[in-house]
Ligand binder design. Structure first.
Ligand code: SAM
Ligand code: SF4
Length: 321
């Protein structure tokens, strides 16, 4: 079992399979980065899988594939199948912008994928164009329809931002509710890669908008999820992720692996250790030692709520959020 210095059990690994993306979301990657990680620096699926087997053997029970946009990486279904075949009981999920889901969703299900999280910030084509830098909405919504049709469980993430999509909080929630998909509103997290003029809605502002229309009960946190949950009178549940509170850090159970092989103990901080060389030379013990060291050095909490005004320089498209 992997246990950090604050007695938290680490059993959740998020794996970013690429930092590349077909969107240019204002809060994540408004411009193509000055230098991409060259393709030859990416770990192959076989190499990523070698590390994932170690992590699973050490107690990881939940794996999320993310990016950048994971569906840009060829043969993703084969990678999913490798993980599923190794341990079918692993809770395997993926986060995607859904643009390429139409036509691939069935293959992913056949490979063993059960759940996806999809980012839907708006239902208006022109707002989607403004946020993502291109006309994406039609494909995204078709992708979601297809995912539901083939039996994937779908959760939606929305980042509400003032002057952009804040007026659509209810509409996006209703869209999700009609399709039996849960929604989590993510407070915009400032970082040095995002556009500078974004102002995200804080949870109190979100709750004010939602309470004008709905009655709901505060359910608090559910397990290790960073999401604060609320249940409406008809039973529908929605969540809010509030990184500026550190409450969820107390139960944080996750570490992140980048496509190059950097293992990151906390989303906020730059610190990471590489498993790349160990995996490349087939040194299973060496990679397991790095894993344990990263878990040991996991910080107590993030600093989004910090008073020093320090801006996180960690790129979401690199860590996978
Ligand atoms: N491309 C996929 C997608 O967009 O779902 C997966 C990667 S993306 C980095 C994962 C999640 O991070 C998305 O739900 C996105 O909304 C969220 N995200 C990215 N930048 C963010 C920021 N600055 N603040 C809050 N959430 C952010
Ligand atoms: Fe791409 Fe996802 Fe980042 Fe948007 S949030 S730029 S879709 S990685």
């Amino acid at each position: 079992m992997l246990i950090d210095s604050y007695d938290r059990v680490v059993d959740y690994l998020r794996v970013s399979v690429t930092e590349r993306c077909n969107f240019r979301c204002q809060y994540c990657m408004p411009e193509k980065p000055f230098s991409w990680v060259p393709k030859e620096n990416l770990l192959s699926f076989e190499e990523l899988f070698e590390f994932m087997k170690i992590a699973i053997d050490e107690g990881v029970k939940k794996i999320r594939i993310t990016g950048g946009e994971p569906l840009l990486r060829e043969d993703l279904d084969k990678f999913i199948k490798m993980i599923y075949d190794y341990k079918p009981s692993v809770d395997l999920a993926m986060t995607t912008n859904a643009f390429l889901l139409k036509g691939t969703a069935q293959k992913l299900v056949d490979a063993g994928l059960k759940r996806i999280n999809v980012s839907i910030d708006t239902l208006k084509p022109e707002v989607a164009q403004n946020i993502a830098g291109k006309d994406v909405l039609k494909n995204v919504l078709q992708g979601v329809d297809e995912a539901l049709k083939v039996g994937l469980k779908v959760k939606v993430n929305m980042v509400p931002m003032k002057g952009m999509n804040a007026d659509e909080i209810i509409d996006v929630l209703e869209y999700c509710k009609e399709r039996n998909m849960s929604i989590r509103f993510i407070e915009y997290m400032e970082n040095s890669h995002a556009k500078v003029d974004i102002t995200g809605l804080k949870s109190n502002e979100l709750l004010e908008i939602l309470s004008a229309k709905y009655e709901f009960k505060d359910e608090g946190f559910d397990g290790s999820s960073p999401s604060h949950y609320y249940t409406m009178s008809d039973g529908y549940k929605f969540g809010i992720i509030e990184p500026y509170e550190d409450d969820f850090c107390k139960k944080c159970n996750r570490i992140r692996l980048t496509a190059e092989g950097n293992l990151i103990p906390c989303l906020y901080f730059d610190e990471a250790m590489s498993i790349r060389e160990a995996i490349k030379r087939g040194d299973i013990k060496g990679a397991a030692l790095v894993l344990k060291e990263v878990v040991r050095t996991k910080p107590e909490k993030n600093r989004w709520g910090g008073e020093d005004g320090e801006l996180s320089s960690r790129a979401f498209y690199e860590t996978g959020g």
